[in-house]
Design a binder for this molecule. Sequence first.
Ligand SMILES: [Zn+2]
Length: 256
Amino acid sequence: MPDFRGTQGFWRAYPVIAKLGLSFEGMANPAWFEENPHLAWAFYGHRLNLYRKTTPHQGFNQLLEIGAAKPGGYFVFTSNVDGQFQKAGFAPERVVECHGSIHHFQCATSCTDEIWDAEGEAVNVEESTFRALEPLPRCRNCSALARPNILMFGDWSWLGHRTEAQHERFTKWLNQLAKSLAKLAVVELGAGSAVPTVRHTSERVLQGISGTLIRVNPREDDVPSGQIGLPFGAAEGIRRICDCAESLARDAKPRG
Ligand SMILES: [Zn+2]
C-alpha cells in the first residue's frame, strides 16, 4: 500500500496530485468535495478500492492470535482508516478508529447524523485523468454528495459519533483492566510523532494500568524509561515478538 510519509512519497503514489502541487494535508481536506468532487472522490475512491483489494499481512493474524489468547482479551486503537484489522478478523467492537473509516460514508453537508456502511457503494476512478466517474456516492437522505467518514484536516463536518462509541467501549475495557490485577502489554506499530495521537494513547493508558509498552517503529523507536523500543517495520516487529514469546515458552518447559 502507498506510504504517504513525506511529500515526495505521496507524490510518487499520486502523480496527478503532484502536478497540482498539493501535499497529503492539502488533499485530505473536506473543501475538495465542494470545489472539485471528482478529484476528491478520485483520491478517496482510489484508496477505498485499494484497501478493499488488500489482504492484511501475516502480522495481523499473529497479533490477533496473541491478543485472543489473553484472559483479558485485546483492544485495537488505530489511526488507520483502511479497516484492515476488521478484515483480518479482529472483532469490530474491539477496535477504535480514531480518525474514522473509509468504509463508512456520511453526507458532505451533514444534513443528518447518519453514518452508513459503504459496502455495496462503488467508486470508479479513471486512472489516466485521476477523476472519479459519475455517479459519485450520494447522501441517502438529501442526495447531496456523500464523503467518507474520515476525520480530515480542517474538518468541521466530520460526524464523530461512530468513533465516540468506539472510544467509550475502549474506556470501559481499560477501566475493567485497571480494577483487575492484569498487566497490559501495549504493542504500538508504526506510530509517528507527526500526528502523535497513537503514541500519546500508548503512554497514557500505561499511566493507569501497570504494564509494558513495546514501540515498534523503524525510525522513531525512542521510549520512556523502562519500556521497549524495536527499530523495525510492523510485520517484522510482530514476528520478533512471536519468536521471543516462543523461546520463552520453550525455556519455561522442564527438560528431561
Ligand atoms: Zn444529506
